[in-house]
Design a protein around this ligand. Structure first.
Ligand code: ADP
Length: 388
């Protein structure tokens, strides 16, 4: 019998899965059901990267989950799921860590959907699908906001009338599972840095930065929603709210049209007119693609300055996420103007995507640490098994 925990990350049209043994940190399998609907694909691979044969109805999250489980059961006939962990974007004001799913929690998380309408309903649909398929198995919700919830009022407030703060209009921050993972790695492998002032740049299709002091979040670039901060694949990052007033008042754009502009048409895609994908932009020779990359790097530099100010200095900078872990030219562009904060890359180490990419004489250490949000979820799910 194989006892395992399953992690699920349900997006609007995707379901990312990973299967972890109950007693180990290396996944037995992982994969994604993409473009759920009539055109869906399901790709699963085992620990060695070999594909796992998978097929079935992929027209809904529920049926895609069934197809995933059927494929896993073919590979591990005695598979016994001890717990299921879920990524949930929004945990609200008070949740500072993972929680076992109960009916009361689901009801509460449903009311938070108006804070994250594009993500939360899909996350919750994933939980409901898993509860229906595995009624007796503990389900654990892991929140992207939870890691940042220890910030004081002056850090998480907007300068708006206080009544709005009370009803939840405040900076939440996201990518918390990633930052939690990086803080954990630093505490284990570089305890001195882990106890110091670290800026983590999680740069993927979604991107944000976080200022860590003794492993705790004291500032982060995303705010009320996952739109704020640095530019992303299709999101603009920080934007003067006056632009939104202009779009509404002068161009008559609806909330739905603005939402589409901000979530799907902006960022690297909007600036380049070409793609949201950094690899595509790096391969392009158009000036717009180059400007999109340069804008991205400039905004990251500026936010690194902002995070350093929140920390009163910096001991290390950590890159993670698809761009942070792989795009060496982007990393060197970002770091090029940060010598004033003691950041100096070693070009050879940077080109090799080494773990330490700073030069020996660099005052501030620069690291590349592949993030692992799934492992954070799997560990939380495991704890629920132990807790019973
Ligand atoms: P998500 O936020 O969807 O999880 P990822 O963390 O997977 O996104 O990051 C996706 C981004 O990483 C894309 O822009 C992709 O082009 C970029 N990326 C991945 N590999 C490389 C690479 N080798 N060089 C440059 N960019 C890369």
């Amino acid at each position: 019998m194989t006892r395992a925990v399953l992690t699920l990350n349900a997006g609007s049209s995707s379901l990312k899965v990973a299967l972890f043994p109950l007693d180990g940190d290396t996944p037995l399998a992982s994969g994604i059901a993409d473009r759920i609907g009539p055109e869906a694909t399901l790709r699963l691979k085992d620990a060695a990267g070999a594909p796992i044969v998978a097929a079935g109805d992929l027209t809904s999250h529920t049926s895609a989950l069934a197809a995933v489980i059927a494929a896993f059961r073919c590979q591990w006939p005695g598979l016994d799921l001890a717990a299921i962990g879920h990524r949930v974007v929004h945990g609200g004001i008070d949740r500072t860590g993972p929680e076992k799913v109960t009916d009361a929690l689901l009801t509460d998380l449903t009311t938070l959907a108006h804070f994250a309408p594009l993500h939360q309903p899909h996350n919750l649909a994933g939980i409901r699908a898993a509860m229906a398929a595995f009624p007796g198995v503990p389900q654990v919700a892991c929140f992207d906001t939870a890691f940042h919830r220890g910030q004081p009022f002056i850090a998480d407030a907007y300068a708006l009338p206080r009544a709005l703060y009370a009803e939840g209009v405040r900076r939440y921050g996201f990518h918390g599972l990633s930052y939690d993972y990086i803080a954990g790695v630093l505490a284990k492998t570089e305890p001195q840095l882990g106890a110091g002032r670290v800026i983590v740049a999680h740069l993927g299709n979604g991107a944000s930065l976080c200022a860590l002091e003794q492993g705790r979040s004291v500032a982060t670039t995303m705010g009320f929603s996952a739109l704020d901060g640095v530019p992303m694949g299709t999101r603009p990052g920080q934007l003067d709210p006056g632009v939104l007033l202009y779009l509404m008042d002068q161009k008559g754009m609806s909330a739905t049209a603005i939402s589409d502009l901000l979530y799907r048409q902006s960022g690297l895609l909007g600036l380049s007119g070409l793609s949201n994908d950094m690899r595509t932009l790096e391969a392009s020779d158009t000036p717009e693609a180059a400007e999109a990359i340069d804008h991205f790097a400039l905004r990251c530099q500026m936010e690194i300055g902002s995070m350093a100010a929140a920390l009163g200095g910096i001991d290390a900078l950590v890159f993670c996420g698809g761009i942070g872990e792989n795009a060496r030219h982007v990393r060197s562009r970002i770091c090029a103007r940060l010598l004033w904060m003691g950041i100096e890359l070693d070009p050879g180490r940077n080109a090799a995507n080494a773990r330490t990419i700073s030069a020996d004489r660099s005052h501030t250490k620069v690291l590349v640490i592949p993030t692992n949000e799934e492992l954070v979820i799997a560990r939380a799910a495991r704890k629920a098994v132990v807790a019973g």
